[in-house]
Design a protein around this ligand. Structure first.
Ligand code: FAD
Ligand code: NAG
Ligand code: NAG
Ligand code: NAG
Ligand code: NAG
Ligand code: NAG
Ligand code: NAG
Ligand code: NAG
Ligand code: NAG
Ligand code: NAG
Length: 622
């Protein structure tokens, strides 16, 4: 009933509020508010700082120029009280902390990562080491808990006005500014010592736009306006109720419209509909001068280009987006696993174990070779190559076929199963599973980890070249035998799949890629010494160099990558790099926004770092 009413109404009005309206979200900072207080005045008016020589460093707590308590209080007043100064969540585990609480610490250690606790925490980042490991949860920690690379203040933004005031304040006072949405980022781009953080998590608006025409663009049809803070599971909930599909990351707690769209954004629907950047039709952005602007193919085209793949935390703060809403679709998945072990299970099934090492690695390669037919059929091949022990290895595979029935998907994987069976790997799958893509539920979970990984985008030309493919597979095998987990995602987000979205800042290598793969290290970065880190880095670099050599013309996905990626400018952004730096320089001449390995970030560096590149230090010009 609700749905019918809803569709009926959408046919009449262009825009229907289904839930989480934008009325509070859309409140902006007025000219009067801007000029009432120097510290939140707009960039085009605040002359007191513009006339000064550029500072060598961002101000840091303890500096004479660090804003006074009165100034922070005034900011809080301008913000209507949403300014927080949060302690690290694990402070409750430290006896010397004023918030020491054994029960709360036990909750962190036992249960917090099974709830939304960390996702709703203003400072948590899900990979901890970039913060400096200054306050790890532990039952009897040694040392004291310090703020480290966590921000000093956080604006819990629920409106455009909050974002504008925060940007103006940071620019006018020279305080380091960071943006955190969910904190899924893994190299520290949503952390920063001595910073003010804009926390976009509660920008959760949603509106279905039944009949949207993109200004100056090619798209007409159903779309949705989405708040920057929506997580995948929340976007899916809205999509399901609206009988549409919004493509999103596989992990249901990732932020759909913060880091995912600004860095690229892959999904199981990428071979059908392109990347996250290709979903975006228009953006609402707060720029470095504090102004709220629209970016689309007609207005602020430079921003529209750069914000679709040219990196988060660089050109402005996205507060909301208008994205394509596709028709409902099912995701059908055929899953199987096979293992090389000490004993054989001869019964055919979805997860046999074999003892023939040669057959195992031939089967392993056959699964990757099946990536090409999979992406050409609009699918997404998910794989994990894992070392169990020195003599036991496992290949996990999920052939994900959007829009196919279970029968069609079973027929589709038949040739791969035959190849494996002929090798003596008795894989036999049960009926593939199917469900409405947007019906995936479960947005809880996720706690901070402390791992490290590198990644590679594999161009089709290399993948289809028998010599290069053999070299790539040899490199993959060497890495897996050395204990790394190789996580492959075959997809083909071509320009055609993307619907010819016009110029986008995303690495052009994506358009001809057929696989993005992560190589996960087992190293625990929690208590690692500089020396251990250097050794771990050298070992991973060796494997990555072999993969790079076998994938000429490839690159790496900025959103899932190694901070120490060599030549990151071209690896992450390809031939778009120089254009992205131009947008950065034009839009953020005072360098209000900064995050490592984003366009133009070379001019600054975090001070006092050992070999481990964390965000726990003062940010100064390099
Ligand atoms: C478990 C897991 C699964 C993942 N699965 C996928 C996947 O399936 N597909 C995929 O493509 N990626 C995936 N990723 C990577 C993910 O896309 C990135 O981590 C992404 O940066 C997360 O964005 P966020 O907004 O959730 O996180 P954050 O860490 O909060 O933000 C990431 C970056 O974007 C910036 N940023 C955030 N919000 C804004 C904003 N509103 N305006 C401007 N800049 C902003 C931040 O400053 C930071 O630099 C996964 C990551 C993890 C940890
Ligand atoms: C901001 O103001 C609110 C409401 O007055 C208060 O609860 C909060 O503690 C203040 N924040 C800071 C950082 O002082
Ligand atoms: C963790 O959750 C379990 C199951 O709900 C509960 O029994 C236990 O008391 C919880 N422990 C802590 C420390 O919160
Ligand atoms: C890291 O070291 C600290 C202090 O020695 C200890 O409390 C903590 O348990 C260690 N963490 C890990 C993950 O090893
Ligand atoms: C930890 O904090 C306590 C109390 O605040 C202080 O006395 C002590 O010197 C600190 N220890 C270290 C190692 O900084
Ligand atoms: C942030 O704001 C949201 C929305 O108003 C609120 O629900 C949440 O409790 C706030 N979080 C913190 C840590 O203050
Ligand atoms: C949902 O949308 C599809 C196609 O877009 C349509 O065929 C179907 O009837 C719709 N379902 C409902 C319940 O409106
Ligand atoms: C696995 O092999 C490595 C190096 O080849 C060796 O150091 C290690 O002891 C072996 N582990 C086991 C469990 O056999
Ligand atoms: C889609 O999945 C649902 C179960 O979630 C199922 O009932 C329906 O039949 C599927 N549709 C198709 C076309 O496979
Ligand atoms: C519209 O589509 C054409 C190709 O069909 C493409 O070249 C052009 O860049 C697109 N324009 C925009 C603004 O997306």
């Amino acid at each position: 009933m609700q749905m019918l009413y809803h569709l009926f109404v959408s046919a009449i009005f262009t825009c229907v509020v289904t839930a989480n309206s934008f009325s509070e979200h859309d409140v902006e900072l007025t000219e009067r508010e801007g000029s009432s207080s120097r510290s939140v005045s707009f960039g085009d008016e605040a002359t007191h700082i513009q006339t000064r020589r550029p500072e060598r460093c961002k101000v840091f707590p303890g500096d004479a120029t660090w804003p006074s308590q009165e100034e922070w209080n005034r900011l809080n007043t301008s913000l209507g009280g949403v300014l927080l100064n949060p302690l690290p969540p694990a402070a409750v585990c430290y006896r010397t902390s004023p918030v020491f609480d054994t029960a709360k610490c036990d909750f962190l250690l036992a249960n917090a990562s099974r709830t939304t606790f960390y996702l709703d925490d203003p400072v948590t980042i899900l990979t901890q080491w970039p913060q400096g490991n200054t306050c790890l949860a532990s039952r009897n920690p040694t040392g004291n808990c310090t703020q480290g690379g966590f921000p000093v203040y956080v604006v819990n933004a629920t409106s455009v006005k909050h974002v504008q005031a925060a940007v103006n304040f940071a620019r006018n006072t020279n305080v380091r500014l960071i943006i955190k949405n969910t904190g899924h980022e893994s190299v520290g781009r949503s952390a920063g010592a001595g910073s003010l953080s804009i926390w976009t998590h509660y920008l959760k608006g949603f509106e279905l736009l039944a009949d949207y025409k993109q200004p100056g663009g090619n798209y007409t049809g159903t779309a949705a306006r989405v708040g920057a803070g929506l997580q995948v599971y929340e976007a899916f909930g809205h999509a399901l109720r609206s009988n549409v599909t919004l493509t999103a990351a596989s992990c249901l707690t990732v932020g759909s419209y913060g880091g995912w769209i600004t860095g690229g954004g892959h999904s199981p629907l990428s071979s059908l509909y392109g990347l996250g950047v290709d979903q975006v039709l228009s953006l609402q952005v707060v720029t470095a001068n504090g102004r709220a602007v629209t970016a689309d193919p007609q207005t602020n085209r430079d921003l529209f280009f750069a914000l679709r793949g040219g990196g988060g935390s660089t050109y402005g703060v996205v507060t909301s987006a208008i994205v394509k809403a596709h028709p409902p679709i099912n995701l059908t998945i055929a899953s199987f696993t096979f293992t090389l072990g000490a004993t054989t299970s001869t019964t055919p099934g979805p997860d046999p174990t074999i003892t023939d090492k040669g057959a195992f690695w031939k089967g392993f390669n056959a699964v990757f070779a099946f990536g090409i037919p999979t992406v050409d059929a609009g699918g997404y091949l998910w794989t994990n190559g894992i070392r169990g022990s020195n003599t036991s290895f496992t290949m996990q595979a999920r052939v994900q076929m959007p829009g196919k029935t279970p029968t069609q998907a079973a027929e589709f994987v038949e040739p791969l199963l035959k190849t494996l069976n002929d090798l003596g790997i008795p894989v036999a799958i049960d009926t593939p599973t199917t469900q409405v893509y947007s019906a995936q539920t479960g947005g809880t979970g996720g706690g901070p980890g402390n791992g490290r990984f590198a990644s590679r985008l594999f161009p089709r030309a290399a993948y289809e070249d028998p010599t290069l493919f053999a070299a790539a597979m040899a490199a993959v095998r060497a890495a897996v035998e050395d204990g790394y987990t190789f996580h492959g995602l075959n997809m083909a987000p071509t320009l055609q799949a993307a619907g010819f979205p016009g110029p986008t800042g995303v690495n052009p290598v994506w358009r001809d890629a057929v696989m993005h793969a992560d190589v996960f290290d087992t190293v625990n970065m929690a208590n690692i010494t500089s020396r251990q880190f250097a050794a771990a880095k050298a070992r991973l670099d060796r494997h990555m160099d072999a993969l790079r050599a076998a994938t000429p013309g490839g690159g790496a996905y900025i959103n899932e990558a190694d901070l120490s990626e060599p030549n990151w400018q071209s690896a992450f952004f390809g031939r778009n790099y120089e254009d992205l730096v131009k947008v950065k320089q034009a839009r953020d001449p005072k360098q209000v926004f900064w995050a490592p390995t984003t366009p133009g970030s070379e001019g600054w560096a975090v001070q006092g770092q050992s070999e481990i590149p964390t965000q726990n230090g003062r940010l100064c010009r390099a």
